[in-house]
Design a protein around this ligand. Structure first.
Ligand code: NAG
Ligand code: NAG
Ligand code: NAG
Ligand code: NAG
Ligand code: NAG
Ligand code: NAG
Length: 522
């Protein structure tokens, strides 16, 4: 990196620096960062000399000023395509003369700004961007840019990617990203976004990826993404979203991946995702979900991955997975499920038996009883080694007669404290247990591998076989008699046998569901 500037410019700069003591002091203060980044160059002008504008220093000379230094490629070319710039030394004002250097490089397609520790950039340099008509990729990172104002990126027609991670952005204004006919990726992760204008994402006909992960978004807007009909990936993980509504996801007819992991969702209502009929992956892990409406996943006919791990589910409606029979991964680890019955997994059976589908239910509160006997059958029947391995790891708690009431849903009687959710925020379980340590010792729940128990030894009182629990597990002589078994030309097709049950359940649940939804939405 030998100095390539013109001799006259070098002289001017040298004179300037020698005639100003304050400038020299500043130069010393800067020397550490400067040296590491610029490998020893010592001369510079500052923004306090705005009159020196001709001749313009080539942006790519790596010498324009200590506040802004760019490395370009192809190197030494009059028309560079790529520039990677660093910003040093305090704030770089909008009207700073350094920005003029961009007039020397108007063919840039790829531009990156990294704000160094000593630097400060508080805005999108829109004035500069307007002039870069060929720009395709813009990256700005580690700035302190609190607002993205309307048309911040100048309606550029070639722009494909906007990367703005780690900029402390708080607000996205209306039309922030508008008028970019080719823009297909907006990355806004690791900011502090809490306010998104209802019209922030308009006029973006080609947007395919939108990353809003790790912000402080608490609420989405009805129709907030409605114009993003090409969007395939929407990342909203690590935010503070507590309510999900169908209206938020209107228009996302091509969405394939929706990440809502690590938010504050505690309830998923009916048909919330019903407009997302292309969705293949849904991530709801790491929330506080206590209840899923039986129709929560209605419409997700193409869903392959459903992540529900690390939530607070204690029970599931029997028809919960009816509409997601294409699943190849269902992860329910780390919940408080007391059981997963045959009727729950019935819609998934084809994939579990024939294909490489995975069902994971580790770290729950499963009870060893005949509601789990389907696990034995599935294990014998599937050709899928990975699934068998996962089934072999299923653990359950040995119950006793006192553990059951006539209705298994009311299992949280005082004499069965081991059934209580450990997620109880008041910590009641532990307190009660401590007060009542004798009975705990007597009925200490024993956690065992399900397969150690033996199918025939599973506890199986009448009460466990309710009308919504599908075929009577005790009556089944094994997998060959089960209705999902494709052979035998059985007149009872899985769908028809399920329809009646779920239709009845739907009527019940949807009327209850409506009440719940309206109260939750309020
Ligand atoms: C950056 O500039 C803004 C506006 O002048 C100021 O509020 C902020 O404190 C500055 N931050 C740093 C790290 O210099
Ligand atoms: C971008 O388009 C909007 C609306 O058409 C207009 O108001 C704005 O001035 C345009 N900005 C530029 C830099 O062309
Ligand atoms: C989230 O973003 C902050 C900056 O806003 C960053 O410090 C933190 O490491 C990020 N967390 C994750 C998990 O990426
Ligand atoms: C499972 O295999 C059976 C026969 O081997 C076949 O009839 C059935 O269509 C398969 N189901 C799936 C979902 O592949
Ligand atoms: C059970 O409670 C008694 C007092 O009620 C206490 O002395 C004893 O240490 C407790 N035992 C255990 C195992 O916590
Ligand atoms: C499953 O296989 C085991 C041994 O491989 C056998 O003892 C058991 O009867 C089979 N169970 C069913 C339901 O087919």
């Amino acid at each position: 990196m030998s100095p390539s500037r013109s001799p006259s410019w070098a002289t001017l700069a040298l004179v300037l620096s020698l005639t100003s003591t304050s400038l020299l002091q500043t130069a010393t203060a800067r020397s550490y960062e400067k040296d590491t980044y610029r490998k020893g160059k010592t001369t510079q002008i500052t923004a306090s000399q705005p009159t020196i504008t001709t001749p313009l220093v080539d942006l790519c000379s790596e010498d324009i000023n200590m506040k802004l230094a760019c490395h370009c490629s192809p190197e030494g070319h009059a028309k560079a395509q790529k520039a990677s710039c660093s910003i040093f030394d305090g704030e770089l004002p909008r009207k700073d003369a350094n920005w003029l250097a961009f007039h020397t490089q108007t063919s840039l397609e790829n531009l990156k700004f990294t704000v160094r520790k000593s630097g400060n950039l508080t805005y999108i340099p829109s004035d500069v961007l307007f002039t870069l008509k060929k720009l395709r990729t813009l990256t700005i990172e580690y700035g302190i840019i609190t607002d993205i104002y309307p048309y911040a990126f100048g309606n550029l027609t070639e722009l494909r990617t906007v990367n703005l991670p780690n900029n402390q952005i708080k607000t996205l204004h209306a039309n922030a990203f508008a008028n970019h006919p080719a823009l297909d990726e907006i990355m806004l992760e690791n900011n502090d976004i809490r306010r998104i204008d209802r019209e922030a994402f308009v006029n973006l006909p080609m947007l395919i990826k939108l990353n809003l992960a790790n912000n402080t978004i608490g609420e989405l807007h009805d129709n907030g993404f409605v114009e993003l009909t090409k969007l395939e990936e929407l990342r909203l993980e690590l935010n503070m979203i507590s309510v999900l509504a169908k209206e938020y996801f209107k228009g996302l007819e091509n969405l394939k991946v929706l990440k809502l992991s690590y938010n504050d969702v505690n309830y998923v209502g009916a048909t919330v995702f019903a407009d997302l009929w292309s969705l293949q992956m849904l991530f709801l892990d790491g929330n506080k979900i206590e209840k899923l409406d039986e129709r929560a996943f209605d419409g997700l006919n193409n869903l392959h991955y459903l992540h529900l791990e690390n939530n607070r589910l204690t029970t599931l409606e029997s028809g919960t997975f009816t509409s997601v029979s294409a699943l190849v991964v269902l992860n329910l680890d780390g919940n408080a499920l007391e059981t997963l019955s045959y009727s729950h997994i019935l819609p998934l059976m084809d994939n579990l038996v024939n294909n490489s589908a995975i069902l994971s239910i580790r770290d729950n509160h499963l009870i060893c009883d005949c509601r789990l006997s389907w696990v034995y059958d599935l294990n014998n029947r599937t050709r899928n080694e990975d699934l068998r391995e996962s089934l072999n790891k299923i653990e359950c708690t040995m119950g006793n007669k006192n553990s059951y009431n006539s209705n298994p849903r009311q299992n949280q009687a005082p004499d069965s404290s081991f059934l209580e959710s450990p997620l109880d925020e008041d910590g009641d379980y532990f307190e009660d247990a401590a007060l009542d340590n004798e009975s705990i010792e007597e009925e200490k729940p024993e956690v065992v591998f399900l397969f150690k128990v033996g199918k025939d030894k599973l506890y199986c009182p009448e009460e466990l076989i309710g009308p919504t629990d599908g075929p009577n597990p005790r009556a089944s002589k094994g997998i060959l008699d089960l209705p999902w078994m494709p052979s035998g030309g059985s007149a009872i097709r899985p769908s028809s046998s399920r329809t009646l049950v779920s239709a009845l359940a739907c009527i019940l649940v949807s009327s209850v569901g409506l009440v719940v939804i309206s109260s939750v939405r309020w």
